[in-house]
Write a protein that binds this ligand. Structure first.
Ligand code: PLP
Length: 425
């Protein structure tokens, strides 16, 4: 019987197997046919402490029995209040920079980015400068799949059908080695044109191919924006919740963005929830007795109480457990294995930021539509691993509970993929 389910980023016509998962724990996914897989990419970068974390699962169960869902326009509840305060307490801080002091909830990374863009334009609109509506973006970026989020992302086959709907942006070259000064000069020139905002993925561009740049560049980009009074939006949807070795990537550059979308690991990966954090000037521009100036954005499930309870439990884990220590051990284990893999002749460009490691397989046809990525996916699945390479870029982003044996299996399979696909390239 064929399933009626239409899966995301899946070409059903290719007939690739769709594993049926019945249970998960820690870094493992258990399949209906009795096999289990190591989740090498945290189920699309969301699972942080491991699947079915008992503290988060218990919080969800308790909340579901008490208050499930509440209209959030004009009403509030305890978990949303607690999580907002917790986010503010944990958000990046730096001397002489405004603090992130307000939290707007939504339900996915894409919507958190949409909210960020709407806040930026709402800010200038309410300050009677509606001509400031251009958004600057970094080349190769990815910020989600809704229309606004696609507009500020790299254009390609994955959004070609909707090109007519996407709005124009100013694109700043990616600060690859040797191009940093060109990137900063382009940003300086673009900022002088008085755009509304510049949106970046801090330290590492995820879906664009795990492209890394230094905290120094991030700091300089934020400083240029500040100098020109251009809002700086740091999209921490992927980088947040410890992935880069600190709770938020911006901390490594002492940068406090004006607007910061977070999602994915905000609930430890158990429930869909997102938040867009903003500084007081952004909130204040919408604060008025004039109803025309309120922030016109909502969705039915804004701040869903069960999702907020999961997030509250996640924040408690961050406050009470040595999560950063766990990430540091995992990152050290990944670094040692990546260093060995780097000598393999089939690979180039090993790189790592915190608990994210990536390496490129040398391949003749490495484009997005090449058969390499699906072939690699199948190769890893046969070996009991959930990995989802980006073209010829193979990356690991495991949950922080992954152990060294699991890392050994992941890295051994990547080396085997190098033997097999390198030979067959
Ligand atoms: N922003 C970044 C940096 C992302 O990596 C992603 C997703 O991977 C998104 C936004 C969109 O998040 P979501 O898939 O939850 O809509």
């Amino acid at each position: 019987m064929t399933s009626p389910v239409w899966h995301p980023f899946t070409q059903h016509g290719l007939g690739e197997p769709i594993p049926h998962v019945v249970r998960a724990e820690g870094a493992l996914l258990h399949l209906a046919d009795g096999r289990s897989l190591i989740d090498g990419i945290s189920s699309w970068w969301v699972t942080t402490h491991g699947h079915c974390n008992p503290r988060i699962a218990a919080a969800i169960a308790a909340q579901a029995a008490q208050l499930d869902q509440l209209i959030f326009a004009g009403y509030t509840h305890g978990p949303a209040e607690a999580v907002a305060q917790g986010l503010i307490d944990l958000a990046p801080r730096a001397p002489d920079q405004p603090t992130l002091s307000h939290v707007f909830y939504s339900d996915s990374g894409s919507t958190a980015v949409e909210v960020a863009l709407k806040m930026a334009l709402g800010y200038w609109h309410n300050l009677d400068q509606p001509e400031r509506h251009c958004i600057l973006v970094l080349e190769h970026s990815y910020h989600g799949d809704t229309i606004g989020a696609m507009s500020v992302g790299e254009r390609g086959v994955y959004n070609a059908a909707w090109q007519p709907l996407l709005f124009d942006v100013g694109t700043i070259p990616f600060p690859a080695p040797g191009c940093q000064q060109a990137c900063l000069a382009a940003l300086e020139a673009a900022c002088a044109q008085r755009p509304a905002a510049f949106i970046v993925e801090p330290l590492i561009l995820g879906a664009g191919g795990m492209l890394v740049y230094s905290p120094d560049i991030l700091r300089e980009m934020a400083a240029i924006c500040r100098k020109h009074d251009v809002l700086f939006i740091a999209d921490e949807v992927m980088t947040g919740w410890g992935r880069t070795g600190t709770l938020f990537a911006c901390e490594q550059a002492d940068v406090v963005p004006d607007i910061m979308p977070v999602a994915k690991g905000i609930t430890g990966g158990a429930m869909p929830l997102a938040a867009t954090l903003a500084t007081a000037p952004i909130f204040d521009a919408h604060y008025s007795t004039d109803r025309a100036k309120l922030f016109y954005h909502s969705s039915s499930y804004t701040a869903n109480a069960i999702a907020c309870a999961a997030a509250a439990a996640n924040l408690a884990i961050w406050r009470e457990e040595d999560v950063l220590g766990r990430i540091a051990s995992l990152a050290a284990g990944m670094a040692a294995r990546l260093e060995r893999l780097a000598h393999h002749p089939a690979f180039v460009n090993p790189r790592q930021v915190g608990a994210i490691a990536a390496i490129d397989l040398i391949a003749a046809d490495a484009g997005y539509l090449s058969d390499l990525a699906p072939s690699l996916r199948a190769f890893f699945l046969e070996r009991g691993l959930l990995l989802r390479p980006l073209g010829n870029t193979i990356y690991l982003m495991p949950p922080y509970c992954a152990d060294m044996d699991q890392l050994d299996r992941l890295f051994a399979a990547i080396a085997q993929a190098g033997d097999y696909f390198g030979r067959n390239a």
